[in-house]
Design a protein around this ligand. Structure first.
Ligand SMILES: Cc1cc2nc3c(=O)[nH]c(=O)nc-3n(C[C@H](O)[C@H](O)[C@H](O)COP(=O)(O)OP(=O)(O)OC[C@H]3O[C@@H](n4cnc5c(N)ncnc54)[C@H](O)[C@@H]3O)c2cc1C
Length: 220
């Protein structure tokens, strides 16, 4: 809707790749048997602290093929999963708090943009961490009291990913690739560059050895 002969065209930065994700091996296997991750959601080790330009779509194709071939082999060996119990929502009620979900969604988006954007500082990341902790607590309360909605599940997932991004950023005391910290503007070249690994349930940050040992060590 902008007429460039009469007015300037707004230019804003936009996120177009998530550096990081679920750790996989070269078949897209995660450490949970039967769970594969490929594409935007995966950390395959192809990219470093920055994305290899234009390789994300190619990565999707390559890993889709590798995962499909592996699934074809593995599926014959895997036992049938047991039947999931019926979802029991007899103890929760309908929520009239949809506005809270919408508000929290906006809030998350806003503080991630402001505090966990291109230029970061430890102070801003800590501010974001405090806010994400409040959201996580509210979401947990919401989960145990009300019927679950798609928006709620997406908010929970977004908040969890935001928390992991903040924790990873706080653990890295240097600037490297697309990660820029005003407090640590230079790369720490005293040691080899290492990815950050967050392991559930507490997601305590640790660094891992470089591929290919990384994948063998982590996935066995
Ligand atoms: C602006 C921009 C420019 C880019 N430019 C390039 C480029 O030039 N070259 C390049 O290689 N890469 C580029 N990329 C990156 C590349 O597009 C992505 O890495 C790639 O599309 C990821 O594919 P994907 O299938 O993993 O995820 P997606 O393409 O995000 O697909 C995920 C799908 O899952 C669906 N979905 C989400 N939640 C649910 C749910 N609960 N149930 C069912 N479905 C769901 C979504 O609707 C979506 O269709 C760009 C990305 C952006 C945003």
């Amino acid at each position: 809707g902008f007429d460039m002969t009469k007015e300037p065209i707004p230019v804003v930065p936009a996120a177009h790749y998530t550096c990081g994700g679920i750790l996989t091996d070269l078949q897209g296997r995660t450490d949970l048997p039967g769970l594969y991750a490929i594409g935007e959601t995966a950390y395959t080790g192809f990219h470093g602290a920055n994305r290899m330009a234009s390789n994300s779509l190619l990565e999707c194709l390559v890993f889709a093929m590798a995962a499909a071939q592996d699934i074809d082999i593995q599926i014959k060996k895997l036992p049938m999963p047991s039947r999931l119990p019926e979802w029991d929502d007899s103890c929760v009620t309908d929520s009239d708090e949809e506005i809270v979900v919408a508000h929290n969604w906006d809030e998350l988006r806003r503080f991630m943009w402001d505090y966990v954007g291109i230029v970061r500082t430890t102070t801003r990341l800590n501010k974001a961490k405090r806010r994400v902790n409040i959201l996580l607590k509210e979401i947990e309360d919401y989960y145990s009291h009300f019927h679950i909605t798609n928006d709620m599940i997406e908010l929970r997932n977004l908040t969890l990913v935001a928390d992991l991004i903040i924790q990873s950023a706080l653990a890295r005391k240097e600037s490297r690739g697309l990660h820029f910290m005003l407090d640590y503007p230079k790369s720490d070249d005293k040691q080899p560059p290492k990815p950050t690994l967050l392991t559930p349930p507490n997601y305590v940050a640790s660094v891992i050895v470089e591929p290919p040992q990384r994948l063998q060590a982590s996935l066995g």
